[in-house]
Design a protein around this ligand. Structure first.
Ligand code: F0G
Length: 487
């Protein structure tokens, strides 16, 4: 993946308005002039199955045109998610052999806790089987009717866990974060003025926690700056509200800070991560992302009383406080993963390889969220398929076409995912995106070249695509199991 001369954002404060050609260059991660290679050799391989267009059309119809209903065997390149789908390293598999399965006080737990606290020195670390379990516990304690929880953008499970308690999840990302084509180095930033106004309107007593998601997954995998975290921290301090990070992709966020934020370029990533942690009172985490593990997560915090209440719920639903729904071997894999994820060769390759896909699509005229995010490329389906109204789900139409054309599985992040509200009404989501999420250390450059060819082919006949209607949907989180029919 070609590296180019290191481009720099001139300043992190405002949006960047530059000619297109220059704008494209900021998509390139900082590296040297040579190709940025995968910093690993392949150690064991897993076959993928080539499929035919006819077979894929049949699989798609049988799945009710929902990517979550496909059998993974029928998928050639699986970009549904970067969550738990990455390859573990030799050293993680070796660490698994050290897993101690004691019910209480396992040494694997203490290794896990040390690894977490090395990056996030919160007083209490509560293991959970994945991120949403941490969310469920936290919001069960802090949520409830009449309360509102701001976030730059809630991820789907985060929003659902907030709403399940009767509380309201409110997205307050900066306005640039809602316009796919606007360039801004930290498009995941919280709108601090809107946050201040929001707390004033609702009353601080009704805002039990402020969340910031790093990177902002539902907003395009866009990073949040240290400057923004400091500003949010100051508001939280003024109103005596705790600040929690949704830290799923903390290492990718820290890499972007190093690349783009003035004064950060010479700092080790680990140090930037620790500064991010120092600005928060706690975090939820899915170790299936930047834990480089296939399962796991945690909830961490400084507040002793909150921790006590959360641990009581943990024991009720996840398990004892030193394993929380995980096997000892999983705790070992996460501990080792946390050491590897802040490695700078890894992060340089990671961010560059995602940008490689995004840049190629951008150069081919496919509308994508810019700048390219940390873990995924997001195609702007509303712009690519203007003939399909939002409530005929242009993102779903595009995802179906990518699968039919080339066996690529992606996911709609638009009105299917966010269009249905707790009161039963339906309205278009702010954006209609299709996410191509890149599993960590899993696919090679030729896999990605193939993805580029397929997307270009589908985009070349985009005007022929038609929308969908939903024929069956569950009461919540409908995107996971809804069934569709082509219009
Ligand atoms: N928060 C964010 C920002 C996430 O992206 C996810 C999961 C979660 C919380 C929940 O974590 O899956 O371990 O329970 N995101 C995955 C995705 C599923 O595909 O983006 P989990």
């Amino acid at each position: 993946m070609a590296g180019r001369r290191p481009p720099r954002f001139p300043g992190a404060a405002g949006p960047i308005r530059r000619p297109r050609a220059v704008a494209r260059r900021i998509l390139v991660a900082v590296g040297d002039w040579k190709t940025i290679i995968e910093p690993f050799r392949i150690h064991s391989v897993e076959p993928v199955r080539l499929t035919t267009p006819e077979g894929r059309a049949r699989s798609l119809a049988a799945a009710g045109y929902n990517m979550f209903n496909l059998h993974a065997d029928d998928v050639l390149i699986d970009l549904l998610t970067d969550s738990g789908t990455g390859a573990m390293s030799r050293d993680q598999w070796a660490a698994i052999q050290h897993g101690d399965e004691s019910y209480a006080g396992s040494p694997s737990f203490y290794r896990f806790q040390d690894a977490v606290q090395d990056l996030f020195p919160f007083r209490h670390v509560i293991p959970t089987h994945q991120g949403r379990a941490a969310e469920k516990i936290l919001f069960s304690v802090l949520g409830g009717p009449g309360r509102a929880i701001p976030n730059n953008t809630h991820f789907d499970t985060t929003r659902a866990n907030v709403e399940a308690t009767g509380a309201e999840g409110v997205d307050l990302v900066i306005p640039e974060g809602l316009v796919p084509s606007t360039l801004h180095p930290f498009k995941g930033n919280m709108d601090v003025d809107a946050l201040e106004r929001f707390i004033d309107e609702r009353g601080a007593a009704n805002v039990p926690v402020v969340m910031v998601t790093v990177t902002n997954n539902s907003g395009g995998g866009q990073p949040v700056s240290l400057e923004n975290l400091r500003a949010v921290r100051a508001i939280c301090d003024r109103h005596d509200i705790p600040l929690f990070l949704d830290g799923c992709r903390f290492a990718e966020n820290a890499w972007f800070i190093r690349e783009r934020e003035p004064g950060q370029s010479d700092r080790p990533v680990r140090e930037i991560v620790r500064e991010m942690a120092s600005l928060a009172d706690g975090m939820t985490m899915s170790a299936k992302k930047d834990g480089l593990a296939n399962i796991g997560g945690w909830l961490a915090m400084n507040d002793d009383r909150l921790a006590e209440r959360c641990r009581a719920l943990l024991i009720l639903t996840e398990g004892f406080v030193t394993y929380g729904g995980l096997a000892g071997r999983d705790l070992e894999a996460i501990a080792q993963g946390l050491a590897e994820v802040v490695d700078e060769d890894y992060l340089r390759y990671r961010i560059r390889s995602v940008a490689y896909l995004g840049e190629a699509l951008d150069q081919a005229g496919v509308p994508v969220v810019l700048p390219i995010g940390g873990h995924a490329v997001y195609i702007d389906a509303r712009t690519l398929l203007p003939q399909i109204p939002p409530l005929q789900y242009p993102g779903q139409a595009l995802a179906a076409a990518l699968y039919r054309e080339g066996g690529i599985r992606s996911v709609e992040i638009g009105s299917v995912m966010f269009g249905r509200h707790p009161d039963g009404s339906e309205s278009p989501a702010p954006m209609e995106l299709v996410r191509l999420a890149i599993p960590r250390r899993t696919y090679t450059q030729s896999h990605i070249d193939y993805v580029i060819e397929v997307v270009r082919e589908v985009a070349s006949h985009a005007s022929e695509l038609r929308g969908f209607r939903i024929v069956q949907e569950p009461p919540a989180l409908r995107h996971f199991s809804a069934r569709f029919e082509p219009l």
